[in-house]
Write a protein that binds this ligand. Structure first.
Ligand SMILES: Cc1cc2nc3c(=O)[nH]c(=O)nc-3n(C[C@H](O)[C@H](O)[C@H](O)COP(=O)(O)O)c2cc1C
Length: 400
């Protein structure tokens, strides 16, 4: 089989060096990558690097190899175009359909999915001109990955940083796998909780659970690739931030509730994939609890934590908001799942059987998605992103 053809557009930002890593990931995973840099970007990374790493000739303009009509052929033949980093200038040109170099010509001739990974100073990113250009590109079906927050060129920090190249690769991989169907969650805000809460007993100990957060992260990554604005509320996962997601951190159930309710205020969809502790210790010892010779340890009294899923589902922050819950069950899986769906009042409930070596921490999952309207979707054993895509398919059809 032919390798999928990817065009990697590189525009003139300081983050151009990170595109070398993205190129490597793409080539090493079996993609045929043609790099199309802009003239400005060659100040940051030279053509020799792109040519050597991609195994293809590199040009910035339309006047080389004219007999092969590269200004048309490169775009026409592509299965995916990704521009990383995308400068403010490149976003403006793409939004307005300019075609004054090879990359802008390629963007006009490509009929495949297009991903932009913008990177620039916060002021440039927040400028209404850039925001309008981004909105235009998204409206036309491009996936524009929100920049990350962090260190920028020089000493500044803020929003505008190019996400980790490995995470941009993950978005590209998913967009390619979806093919030409387009980003069906564009314009939607989805809130996802992931991980497991920890309920502190004293400064060094907590009551926790085995949730790794991988299913929630798979939901976040697939939602970004399907064009959604994603807020990920994570609890104790230690996983790298997915490209394009706004990541909020929570430790305990109470903190997670606060973050989810705030983010849910303008959300179209809330997915509660986090394992939230049902109980927490009634008391927190400010000093480490010591063992005392000859004495049995004091019993731990527990109190109930807030039921976030029931609260979000019961008091929808917006009309038509879709709420998805997860149920991890060890026995009577389906019966317990149906009962939980009814009790919590959510639209969809992903029910999976868990055990010490099942689901938690693994890359695979197997589940049944129960719907409030009676639907039941079996998701066979497979990667967590396949389950995530099934959830988004069900959500997407309900969003209308
Ligand atoms: C050191 C330096 C760093 C720059 N970094 C960025 C950047 O991160 N993002 C951006 O949008 N523009 C950045 N610029 C400005 C662009 O290089 C400039 O707008 C250029 O015209 C972009 O051309 P291109 O879009 O054709 O690549 C930078 C310029 C310099 C000199």
């Amino acid at each position: 089989m032919d390798k999928p053809k990817v065009v990697l557009g590189v525009s003139g930002g300081i983050a151009a060096y990170k595109a070398c890593e993205l190129l490597r990931r793409l080539t090493e995973s079996g993609h045929d990558v043609r790099v199309v840099p802009t003239e400005s970007s060659l100040h940051f990374v030279g053509a020799a690097t792109w040519s050597a790493l991609s195994g293809h000739p590199v040009s910035t303009e339309v006047w080389n190899d004219v007999h092969e009509v590269p200004h048309v052929r490169i775009g026409q033949g592509a299965d995916l175009v990704v521009v990383a980093p995308a400068t403010a200038d490149m976003l403006a040109k793409a939004a307005h359909g300019l075609a004054d170099d090879l990359l802008t010509n390629t963007l006009l001739t490509a009929r495949c999915p297009v991903v932009f990974a913008p990177a620039m100073h916060t002021e440039m990113w927040e400028h209404p001109a850039t925001q309008e250009n981004v909105a235009t590109l998204r409206r036309r079906g491009a996936v524009v990955i929100e920049p990350a927050v962090g260190r920028l060129t020089g000493v500044d920090t803020g929003k505008g940083r190019l996400p980790d190249p490995g995470e941009i690769f993950e978005v590209c991989r998913r967009v390619l796998a979806r093919g030409p169907v387009g980003p069906d969650l564009a314009g939607r805000h989805v809130v996802i909780s992931a991980g497991g809460t920890r309920e502190p007993l004293d400064p060094v100990r907590y009551l926790g659970n085995r949730s790794s957060g991988k299913q929630g992260y798979a939901l976040a990554r697939t939602a970004v690739a399907r064009g959604a604005r994603v807020t990920l509320v994570e609890a104790n996962t230690g996983l790298p931030d997915p490209a394009g997601a706004d990541v909020l951190r929570a430790g305990t159930a109470v903190q997670l509730r606060e973050a989810v309710l705030k983010a849910a205020a303008d959300a179209d969809v809330v997915v509660m994939a986090a394992a939230v502790a049902d109980f927490r210790p009634a008391e927190y010892a400010t000093g480490k609890i010591k063992k005392k010779d000859g004495q049995e340890p004091a019993p731990i009294t527990l109190v109930r934590n807030p039921d976030i899923l029931a609260e979000v589902a019961g008091e929808r922050a917006r009309p038509g908001q879709i709420v998805v819950g997860f149920a991890a069950e060890t026995d009577n899986v389906l019966a317990n799942g149906r009962e939980k769906l009814r009790r919590k009042g959510c639209d969809l409930l992903v029910v999976n059987e868990v055990g010490e070596r099942r689901t938690f921490g693994s890359e695979e999952n197997e589940a049944v998605v129960l719907a409030a309207d009676g639907g039941e979707t079996q998701v066979p054993y497979g990667p967590k992103e396949a389950l995530a895509d099934t959830v988004w398919d069900l959500v997407s059809s309900r969003l209308g």
